[in-house]
Design a protein around this ligand. Structure first.
Ligand code: EPU
Length: 440
């Protein structure tokens, strides 16, 4: 599937089954490499990032079976085939860097991973990851190779040592890397200013079931007692709150009603106030949440994205698109990534009245004074018109799909591969919801 044609203006109605979170399951697959015993994961989504992670784990010698339809995956890495992650994974996504922590946590003495990629949302460095490992005594060397570069990490004599780590920012990936490594380190590691996203809680839950001793303190610090042997586990991945919110916004934006199944209201509790403020509605029943429009969207919102429990940065792009339809202007201040408004140019081309600003439109954040385009004023009341859209990254991709669903006329969306990294059965899901979609 390379491009998708959407004729907009059709209210979407129906049910979407949401499976496990991309940003949880892929890390759990790496956590599975920390034991020699089999690990079974349930509720695994059939998305490209999972397929890529299967490939990554297999390259290290993992035996993997994956029933895509049932969403069940078994992984086992009895013997590590090589400590070097192939250069072909360089730039693919953010996962190879987490192998440093996972393989050190498994007890390996040395490993080398290529530089990482991921969506182009700014510089996306890995300095916090490397500093955390160095704080535990690891020796980190950057090697320039024929294609890109790689980080070579080796444990000191006697292995990694537990320590106190101060993250400069609650980075999701750096927290996960430090948690992994700390499981294999001698003594106690405290990770201060850590990320506490629901996907990390779910990962910790899995690690605890594997035998790890990890607790969360009230000041957002994870405390890990290292050195407990990790065993096999069976774990069900919690639902993807980004997918849930994406389809919720599709219901609100098209004037329809969509039930997302497989998500608890707790997971969406930081999103629901925004639904209410927008003038939309929702009903919860167990693990089903129904989102519906109730007349025109209100707007007048001031949203600042932030680390959990803040408003998720991955909800920002579709929300900005949605706000172009609201009666009142709104402001969105992106405080996690310095360049996450790249998609706005195309939205403006469609008729979206949005202005991007380098100022902090809200409380000064760490991008203050750096001239990063990280705030937006969305004036609302925009008539969007279908056009040719080229997707720059995963979440912007769904934002374009949403814009196309709300627009007058036809849009052609190129570069769907980005969206397929995180969204399962896109065409089928949209068609089932009643959208006029064609794939070429
Ligand atoms: N940062 C650094 N140095 C580091 C690490 C991070 O400066 O060593 C900065 C980043 O540049 C960024 C901020 O810290 O400005 C936050 O980055 P974080 O490390 O938290 O992000 P990540 O782990 O690379 C994960 C998700 C992202 C999601 C963010 C924030 C995965 C695979 N990716 O990225 O998801 O936006 O956390 O919640 O888990 C997506 O799903 O589309 C996506 C981009």
């Amino acid at each position: 599937m390379s491009k998708m044609m959407i004729r907009g203006g059709v209210p979407l109605h129906g049910v979407v089954q949401v499976r496990g979170a991309k940003n949880g399951v892929t890390k759990m697959m790496l956590a599975a490499l920390m034991t020699r015993e089999p690990v079974v994961l349930h509720n695994v989504p059939n998305i490209a990032d999972v397929a890529m992670t299967v490939d990554l784990c297999r390259s290290l010698g993992a035996d993997i079976t994956w029933d895509c339809a049932a969403g069940v995956m078994t992984l086992q890495l009895e013997t590590l085939r090589q400590e070097f992650v192939s250069q072909r994974f360089s730039g693919a996504n953010r996962l190879p860097i987490l192998l440093l922590g996972a393989l050190m946590g498994r007890g390996e003495r040395e490993c080398m991973v290529p530089v990482v990629g991921g969506c182009a949302l700014g510089r996306r460095p890995v300095d916090f990851h490397l500093s955390a490992l160095q704080a535990m005594g690891a020796n980190v060397v950057y090697r320039a190779l024929s294609r890109d570069g790689a980080y070579l990490v080796s444990a000191p004599q006697g292995g990694l040592r537990g320590t106190t780590i101060e993250l400069p920012f609650p980075s999701v990936g750096a927290t996960e890397n430090a948690l992994f490594a700390a499981c294999g380190a001698a003594g106690t590691t405290t990770i201060h200013n850590a990320a506490i996203e629901p996907e990390i809680h779910d990962l910790v839950l899995m690690l605890q079931k594997m035998g790890a001793v990890i607790v969360l303190h009230a000041d957002r610090s994870w405390v890990v007692q290292g050195g407990y042997p990790l065993k096999g586990v069976s774990h069900t991945v919690q639902g993807d709150r980004i997918i849930g919110a994406s389809y919720a916004m599709a219901a609100l934006g098209t004037g329809g009603e969509i039930t997302v199944e497989g998500l608890t209201p707790q997971l969406m509790s930081h999103f629901h106030p925004v639904v209410t403020q927008l003038g939309g509605g929702y009903r919860c029943e167990g693990e089903k949440i129904t989102y519906f429009a109730q007349g025109p969207l209100k707007g007048g919102l001031h949203i600042e994205t932030g680390v959990y429990p803040g408003f998720a940065t991955d909800w920002q792009q579709p929300l900005t698109v949605l706000l172009t339809q609201a009666a009142q202007p709104s402001v969105v201040h992106e405080t996690v990534y310095e360049k996450r408004f790249g998609y706005v140019e195309m939205l403006q081309k469609m008729g979206g009245k949005v202005e991007v600003s380098s100022h902090c439109l809200g409380a000064p954040c760490r991008f203050h004074g750096h001239n990063f385009p990280h705030s937006a004023i969305i004036w609302g009341q925009s008539q969007l018109t279908g056009t040719q859209l080229h997707i720059p990254d995963l979440r912007a991709g769904f934002a374009y799909i949403l814009a196309a669903l709300m627009a007058e006329g036809q849009s052609t969306i190129h570069g769907l591969g980005f969206v397929q990294r995180g969204y399962e059965a896109l065409e089928e899901t949209l068609t089932n919801l009643g959208a006029e979609v064609q794939i070429d």
